[in-house]
Write a new protein. Sequence first.
Length: 80
Amino acid sequence: MSNQIATFTPGNVYMMRWAGDADARTATRVVKRTAKFVTLWVEGFGVKRCAIRANDQGEFALPLGTAYLAPVVRACRLAA
């Protein structure tokens, strides 16, 4: 088992999941990344800058806000 944490990499595309619909997925591309912030292009919403957070699954971001049903993009969810 690897101890590496999943991190956002500029140029990669990740899938954002919506809490209200388990089948809904939105493509999200990392435009820029610093140590604390990530700039994402979210399909249908444009460019969003948000803080990078981390937990045991790796890094994640909340580009559309922090409401309880806000969608989450995680670094471990690379688009196929």
